[in-house]
Design a protein around this ligand. Structure first.
Ligand code: UDP
Ligand code: MG
Length: 299
């Protein structure tokens, strides 16, 4: 029998966990009909409410429920990372614990993967019920800005909610950078992906764990994880200064030309320095140079 591990990070979600568990249990039954054995890997990201006790009791009663308890709050991205590390099934799913991602969609995702043409089935949001206009607008701008800056193109309106095959999971496990944006890493490794559309529900209880400030931090992590393009903007600045300096000479305004040239020299030096910094950054992350999907006659 093939196996699926559902990774569920949670942080202070005591009012969501029981309802989530109920719905996941129904999904587990439906997936069994599809010939799949499902485990739940809960990752407690340093909760200080009763959620960990609830999951602990569930885990005591059911062997298919696994629990990883962090020593403190390490953040959502790290919690998902740990879930993938502990997963060893044929498939791995990632889902939020506040029921914003409908667990029932996992069945449709699995059916897409089962056909064998794809290695990733990801949830793509159609509508976001009751999220603030601010969140919707910033999310809209964020995805488009990210894709214009970065070589790795993220699918728009997509979160971590997805099922991946073991080969995708093992590839992502090789990426050990500390500042992590999982969606970026999951996309960077490649493989064939297929969207499954859904309307994003409201949180069933509690409040979002992301403040506007932590969303800005996450956006910065995403951009720096996927691209060194912002560093290259310095070259543009140097280029514009050099060009303006020449134009000023042509116009006979020598003083302006000297001032602009005086600005150009350090900017150029900075551009050169950051070119090396960008390379140091790429090397220290120690990412694999390539990810292999399949080989033939090589094992
Ligand atoms: N979460 C986590 N650690 C954190 C923050 C959030 O494990 O430090 C979990 C949270 O319990 C939820 C998921 O990550 O299951 C998404 O968080 P949230 O719903 O607050 O984010 P939003 O949906 O508002 O973007
Ligand atoms: Mg949420």
């Amino acid at each position: 029998m093939k196996t699926l591990d559902i990774v569920i990070p949670f942080y202070n979600e005591e009012d969501c966990i029981e309802e989530l568990f109920k719905r996941l249990l129904d999904v587990r039954k439906d997936l069994a009909v599809e010939g799949l054995e499902t485990n739940f890997i809960f990752v407690n990201d340093g909760s200080v409410d009763g959620s960990s006790i609830i999951v602990e009791n569930l885990a005591r009663a059911n062997k298919f429920i696994k629990l990883v308890n962090f020593s403190r709050n390490f953040g959502h991205e790290i919690a998902v990372t740990a879930g993938l590390d502990y997963s060893n099934g044929d498939y791995t799913a990632i889902i939020d614990s506040d029921l914003q991602d409908p667990p029932e969609l996992l069945i449709e995702m699995y059916k897409k993967l089962k056909e064998g043409d794809y290695q990733v089935a990801y949830g793509k949001r159609l509508k976001r019920k009751s999220e603030t206009a601010f969140k919707k607008v910033t999310a809209f701008i964020f995805y488009r800005l990210l894709n214009s800056l970065c070589e790795t193109k993220l699918p728009t309106d997509t979160g971590d909610f997805r099922i991946i095959t073991a080969s995708v999971r093992e590839s992502v496990k090789q990426l050990r950078e500390h500042h992590r944006f999982m969606r970026g890493l999951l996309t960077w490794v490649g493989f064939k992906s297929v969207p499954v559309y859904y309307n994003r529900d409201e949180r069933i209880a509690g409040t979002t764990k992301y403040s506007p400030l932590s969303l800005i931090k996450l956006a910065l992590t995403a951009i720096t994880e996927l691209s060194t393009t912002p560093l290259k903007l310095i070259w543009w600045l140097a280029g514009i200064m050099a060009l303006l300096s020449i134009i000023m000479i042509v116009l006979g305004k020598n003083l302006y030309s000297v001032i602009l040239f005086a600005g150009f020299v350090p900017t150029f030096a900075l551009g050169l320095t950051t070119a090396y910094i960008g390379r140091i950054y790429d090397e220290t992350r120690n990412r694999p140079l390539y990810i292999v999907d399949k080989t033939f006659n090589l094992d």
